[in-house]
Structure formats: structure tokens, C-alpha cells
Design a protein around this ligand. Structure first.
Ligand code: PLP
Length: 387
């Protein structure tokens, strides 16, 4: 059975070109980039090339890129740095729909005595920016906001909030793990101080990521150790994966058009067809201001997990809208923050596409899913009572 993979916000396949670029650095060229000999030095040069490619994707300077092990580490490193360089400041502003990499880190800091403002979103997933601005104070060390939401794809007004933070002398970090590679990002134009991105969301392998740190920003390393990454992140570099990340960024830069046109059209087609064919279905999140690849759609009176299981039997991979990572079947904190009605949040499925998807695959989903929902609803006393 062919797999229809529409769970690209969870992780992506490694692009064949990326793998090809990496393989020699997992076999013949195993030198340590910090070594004095040319065998290691050649690997170091490849890392320099990769750094330039990552920087180019977001319009940064190569020196502003720090390689890390994952998006979660980049987020932690940014938060840690902002607090370390401002020890007198004890307040952080964020949103209530952040990824656990930020949310759980800040909740832990709350327990350590920091004050955290979790700005709400409306039913479309739009940020209450006024509340963010009102809460900026002399005591605020950091504003950290995601560029785009991993569940709904809704995009936050990063440039606007970064500007206000800059005016108040507050460090601004963005978790752009879901946005990078899907929409063009320009760190200079947006005015962010730090930005997280992650390799496995853009067809590089898992276990490699980067943090952009604006030139001149005071920084304190999260991972202390050797002098790697100019002292900003200790630890011998994950050389092959960093080289893969460089290649993935180069490819992503050439794929923006395809993302914006073909992938968006496929997503919109899938969305239209599902809304048309499945009664009592609705989209979660602002329709206009979303990543081009993401569709979060709720089906009343069915369980997301049951939908996933039946779709899995038809070879379709997607995600549900539950907080399943925490072992609970409650709707995710994102859907709850958006006040999505319980019966629809429970039956929410996230489809996230990539350039490797095809229209035929969308047609397969459009054929399978209405039958799946009908089958589940036929078994649901709640649905029968209502209809
Ligand atoms: N931030 C966002 C918005 C994400 O979607 C993810 C992963 O899903 C992360 C951070 C964490 O990235 P990683 O899996 O590389 O640690």
C-alpha cells in the first residue's frame, strides 16, 4: 500500500539531494571540524558553506547562525540567553498557543519566580497584540512568539510586535520552526533579535537545527563546553546533519513559489472538497492568514483518534487535534485557547502537506475520509440524537 504522508508539520522526509550531500560526511570525511589537520579542516569548510546557506534562507549573516540539536534546544537557548543577559528583569511575554518547547519552558520559569504573560488569541487564532503591548514594561526581559502555529498554520504579526519590543529595548525571539521554508522570512526586515528553525521540518534530518542571533545582541550560551559556534554552543558539531541542513535550506529557497502556488492549491482543494462532502465540518483558524501547507479541520461528533486509525488503514498519515503527546485525549491547548467548540475540537484532524504531495493523493483522502466519518457517525449515539 502506498503511503499518503500529510503530516509534514510533525516531520518531513529527508530530501534525496540532502541525503546525497550528507553521505560522504558519514563515511569518508569523518574529521572533526575543529582539528588542525586538513582532513578535519575540509569538514569545517563544508560547515561554513552550510552556515552561509542557512543564513541566506532567512537573510541573515552567516556569523549570526548558531547550529543546535533541535528546534526545542534553539527555543530554550534563546529564552535562557535573554534572561541571563538581563538578570534584573523577571518578566516574559508570550502567547497561549506556543509549542511545548516554549510553553513548558516558560511554565517551569514561572515556578522559579519569573512572571509570564500568556497573551490570548481569538477564535481565529489571532494574537491579542494590544495585550502584548500593554504588558511590556521595564521588567520585561523577553517577548517570545511563534511565527506560525504548528496546528492551525495561523501566522502572527511578527514584524509589528518585534518593532514595539525593539522600541522598548526588549529582546524579541520568534519560534519560526513551522514558518521557515514554507513562507519567505527576512530577519533584517522583520527586526527579530533571535529566531529558531529546525531541520526536520524542512527535509533535513532530525537532530539538527539553528538559532539566529542578531549581530551585536548580548548572548549567553545554554550549552556550555568547547569553543564551537564561537563559544555560543559547546559540543562537537553534528557535521553531516549540518551539511544536510545547509542543502535543505538551499532547496527550500528554490521551492517558495511551489509552496505558495501548487501546495497551497492542493491544500485549498482538499479543504473545499472535505467541507463540501462532509456535513458539520469546519476549519480551525483564520482562513486567509495561514501557512500554505496546513489544514486544521474539525468534524463534529467523532473522535480524532478514531479517524486517524481508520485513515491509517487506508495508508493516510495525518495528526489529530488532541493533546495526545501528553497521553490525554483532551483537545490541544491551541484549540482550547481558540475556544473551538468541544465537539468539533475532539474531531479535529491536521493535514500538513509538502512539495512531495500530489493532487492524486488529495483525491485519495477525499475518497476515504467522508466514508470514515460516516462510519464513525453511524456508530455515534450523540450524532444519531442530533440528526
Ligand atoms: N516549535 C514549533 C512551532 C514546532 O512545531 C516544533 C516541533 O514540532 C518545535 C518547536 C520543536 O522542534 P524540534 O522537534 O526540532 O525540537
Amino acid at each position: 500500500m502506498n503511503i499518503v504522508y500529510t503530516d509534514n508539520n510533525a516531520t518531513t522526509r529527508v530530501a534525496p539531494e540532502v541525503l546525497e550531500e550528507m553521505l560522504p560526511y558519514l563515511s569518508e570525511y569523518y574529521g572533526n571540524p575543529s582539528s588542525m589537520h586538513s582532513f578535519g579542516g575540509n569538514v569545517g569548510r563544508k560547515i561554513t558553506e552550510a552556515r552561509a546557506k542557512v543564513a541566506d534562507l532567512i537573510n541573515a549573516d552567516p556569523d549570526e547562525i548558531v547550529f543546535t540539536s533541535c528546534g526545542t534546544e534553539s527555543d530554550n537557548a534563546a529564552i535562557h540567553a535573554a534572561l541571563e543577559v538581563n538578570p534584573q528583569k523577571r518578566h516574559i511575554i508570550t502567547s497561549n498557543v506556543e509549542h511545548p518547547a516554549v510553553k513548558n519552558t516558560l511554565e517551569r520559569l514561572q515556578k522559579k519566580g519569573y512572571t509570564v504573560t500568556f497573551a490570548p488569541v481569538d477564535t481565529g487564532g489571532r494574537l491579542d497584540t494590544d495585550l502584548v503591548y500593554k504588558n511590556m514594561s521595564e521588567d520585561t526581559a523577553l517577548v517570545t512568539l511563534m511565527w506560525a502555529n504548528n496546528e492551525t498554520g495561523v501566522i502572527f504579526p511578527i514584524k509589528e510586535v518585534a518593532k514595539k519590543a525593539n522600541e522598548r529595548g526588549i529582546i524579541f525571539h520568534t519560534d519560526a520552526v513551522q514558518a521557515v521554508g514554507k513562507i519567505p522570512i527576512d530577519v533584517k526586515d522583520s527586526g527579530v533579535d533571535m529566531l529558531s528553525l529546525s531541520g526536520h521540518k524542512i527535509h533535513a534530518p532530525k537532530g539538527v537545527a539553528a538559532l539566529y542571533v542578531k549581530k551585536g545582541l548580548k548572548f549567553s550560551s545554554f550549552m556550555t563546553g568547547g569553543h564551537q559556534e564561537k563559544g555560543r554552543r559547546g559540543g562537537t558539531e553534528n557535521t553531516a546533519s549540518i551539511i544536510g541542513l545547509g542543502k535543505a535550506c538551499e532547496l527550500a529557497k528554490g521551492h517558495f513559489w511551489e509552496m505558495d502556488k501548487r501546495v497551497r492549491q492542493m491544500r485549498d482543494y482538499l479543504e473545499r472538497q472535505l467541507l463540501e462532502k462532509i456535513p458539520s465540518s469546519s476549519i480551525n483558524g483564520e482562513i486567509k492568514n495561514r501557512l500554505p501547507n496546513t489544514l486544521s479541520i474539525g468534524f463534529d461528533a467523532v473522535e480524532g483518534e478514531s479517524i486517524l486509525l481508520l485513515m491509517d488503514q487506508a495508508g493516510i498519515c495525518a495528526s489529530s487535534g488532541s493533546a495526545c503527546t501528553s497521553g490525554s485525549l483532551d483537545p490541544s491547548h491551541v484549540l482550547m485557547a481558540m475556544k473551538v467548540p468541544f465537539e468539533s475540537a475532539h474531531g479535529t484532524i491536521r493535514f500538513s502537506l509538502s512539495i512531495y504531495n500530489t493532487l492524486e493523493e488529495m483525491d485519495h483522502i477525499v475518497t476515504v475520509l467522508p466514508q470514515v466519518i460516516k462510519r464513525l457517525r453511524d456508530m455515534s449515539p450523540f450524532w444519531k440524537n442530533q440528526n
